[in-house]
Ligand binder design. Structure first.
Ligand code: F6R
Length: 607
């Protein structure tokens, strides 16, 4: 979704902001823009719909020495994708960028238009510019005008404003990610919606709380000052050394980030127990297991939710702790019953998903403890939870989540060990390490058979629709497999509990419908009966099941046999890697933009 980067300092700010925006490209966007103060103290603005390269094209050959700049990648919410609706928005000596949604925009827009403001764009964001212009016209200070304008907008937003008159940047947010940074050696101050944009540039990071005004100015002794909503100095921010490295963000030998990330899984799985069963990792695991709740409320969105369903099975089977899974977007508006002694469990890659954050907030308001299983260290979810387990997946760039799913589910398995006394027994830790290693090894073998999956994908990619079916522990990965195919191949796919098909959806089955049957060792016979029902109705069967199984092979139009031996509860994670590769190759035959599928954003920071 939208990305923000801002910079003040002696280096050319435009270059720094463009580099930050480049790093945020993976999040998905449809236009980009920058606004800056040039060497003649003029406020300039350049913006263009489409890729960042279009914006760079506009700037080519222009040799600016900007000393402060704000930039934005937009993911359209209000108003179509065009140059005018792109950010920044500028009036007189002010330009602004915005992430989030102003919920009372249409009301404010009418009021401001009646007052004489002429809107140029269809965006809700320009409403904040109009408010600011109005407040400044009342001769208020920049600081006061920011606070008063912000008080009038509803919803979750982050605003970053560049003011040419005072040569300052101010920013304020509520319920949207924002991070400030400094590099005191180089006298530089930064602001962004994502700490990754500042990796290797800022040495110290500050995560402001909601409603805290951030003031970036070369005149400030510490480059950045923070104020509360009354304008008094505030210390309501979390400070942290920047330890994130830019890391290898190239695809290496792979055609797509998604494929690279699928291939990274075995190594990541091996290193997970290495981390969690020693030193600092073990400490954090033991800490997460200290509080054994009477019930978990597990909430998440999309792929993270499906990983959460596998975690639910671990917690209920091994720990006998009831776990109630719910989509975060539903949970937050449903007045769930949250009782003393229970715990909220949140699964997220980004740690910035608006609905998951709202669900966490609801649990905190109801005084129940919160625990996250999250990838991004220092993300809002990480900061807001009482306890966190990092999934250590590294940066995930492909919009379709793959390695994060696997790491989330496995971290959930580690949590279930931590919640039992077994975590203290060396033998139990060794046993689980061996199981994780076996999984990694089997995934390696599976990846080595990618050509076979590619051939199946070639044969079935033109079919009109896909039902992914599974039972028991394979049902969550049926849902995940279908989601993967939908999002990157734009093919209609549904995940179903195999036993549910005859309660309605079986009416859809014909020669053009593929049933991807996920047939693990659990509930094997029952799942095979469900396949028979589809076969009888002429559906195309692709079964992914135990290797060398003659009956299954005979029953199926396509059969991909895999070796489940010794995996037990980890078998759904294993079978899901076939789903990932299948979706990847079908999308490749369809010719879609696999790493940046249409309409999607990597981290969904609006509800
Ligand atoms: C699908 C996908 C999404 C995310 C969901 C939650 O491939 O990536 O469904 O899983 O938007 O995002 P996080 O995990 O960042 O909270």
């Amino acid at each position: 979704m939208c990305g923000i980067v801002g910079h003040i300092g002696p280096k050319n700010s435009v270059d720094i902001v463009l580099e930050g925006l480049r790093r945020l490209e993976y999040r998905g966007y449809d236009s980009a823009g920058v606004s800056f103060i040039d060497e003649h103290d003029e406020l300039q603005i350049y913006k263009k719909s489409g890729k960042l390269d279009n914006l760079k094209g506009l700037l080519e050959g222009k040799d600016f020495q900007a000393r402060m700049c704000i930039g934005h990648t937009r993911w359209a919410t209000h108003g179509e994708v065009n140059d005018t609706n792109s950010h920044p928005h500028m009036k007189d000596h002010i330009s602004i960028v915005h992430n989030g949604i102003i919920e009372n925009a249409s009301l404010l827009r009418k009021e401001l238009a009646t007052g004489g403001y002429e809107f140029k764009s269809q965006t809700d964001s320009e409403v904040f510019l109009a408010l600011l212009t109005r407040e400044l016209a009342k001769k208020k200070s920049f600081k006061q005008a920011m606070l008063d304008s912000f008080a009038l907008v509803e919803g979750n937003s982050a605003f970053v404003v560049l003011n040419k008159d005072v040569l300052e940047i101010m920013s304020i947010k509520k319920g949207a990610p924002l991070v400030c940074g400094i590099n005191s050696v180089n006298s530089e101050a930064f602001i962004s919606s994502d700490p990754y944009a500042l990796a290797g540039m800022a040495s110290q990071l500050y995560f402001p709380a909601d409603n805290v005004l951030c003031h970036l100015s070369p005149k400030n002794k510490n480059l950045i000052n923070f104020y509360d909503n009354k304008g008094n100095p505030s210390e309501d921010f979390m400070s942290k050394k920047q330890d994130m490295s830019v890391g290898p963000t190239d695809k290496g030998e792979f055609e797509h980030f998604m494929l690279k990330e699928i291939h990274e899984q075995p190594e990541l799985i091996r290193s997970l127990t290495q981390f969690y069963f020693h030193g600092e990792g073990l400490e954090s695991l033991l800490k997460a297991g200290e509080f054994v709740p009477s019930k978990f409320h597990m909430t998440a969105c999309g792929t993270a939710y499906y990983a959460g369903l596998l975690i639910r099975d671990f917690l209920e089977n091994y720990n006998k702790i009831p776990c109630s899974p719910e989509l975060a977007s539903e949970f937050r508006y449903r007045n769930p019953l949250l009782q003393k002694g229970e715990s909220g469990l949140f699964i997220s890659q980004s740690g910035e998903t608006a609905d998951t954050l709202a669900a966490q907030e609801l649990c905190t308001e109801n005084n129940i403890k919160t625990l996250s299983i999250v990838n991004v260290d220092g993300s809002t979810l990480f900061r807001n939870c009482n306890n966190n387990l990092l999934i250590r997946a590294g940066m995930e760039i492909g919009v379709a989540s793959t390695k994060a799913f696997t790491q989330q589910a496995l971290t959930g398995r580690l949590l279930s060990l931590a919640l039992s006394k077994e975590v203290n027994e060396e033998a139990s830790r060794v046993k689980l390490t061996a199981k994780f290693s076996l999984l990694a090894e089997k995934i390696d073998h599976l990846i080595a058979r990618s050509e076979e999956i590619k051939d199946i994908a070639e044969s079935i990619h033109n079919h009109k629709g896909f039902f992914y079916t599974g039972r028991g522990v394979y049902f969550p990965v049926a849902l995940e497999g279908a989601l993967k195919l939908k999002e990157i191949a734009y093919v209609h796919a549904e995940g179903y509990a195999a036993g549910e098909l005859k309660h309605g959806p079986i009416a859809m089955i014909d020669e053009d419908m593929v049933n991807v049957a996920l047939v693990g060792p659990e509930l094997f016979e029952k799942t095979v009966s469900n396949i028979q029902e589809i076969k009888a109705r002429k559906g195309v069967i692709l079964s992914i099941g135990p290797k060398d199984h003659e009956e299954l092979a005979e029953l199926s139009d396509y059969y991909f046999g895999i070796d489940f031996d010794g995996l037990e509860e980890l078998s759904p994670i294993y079978i899901n890697v076939v789903n990932q590769l299948l979706a990847y190759y079908i999308a490749k035959y369809k010719g879609t933009d696999i790493d940046k599928p249409r309409n999607l954003a990597k981290s969904v920071t609006v509800e």
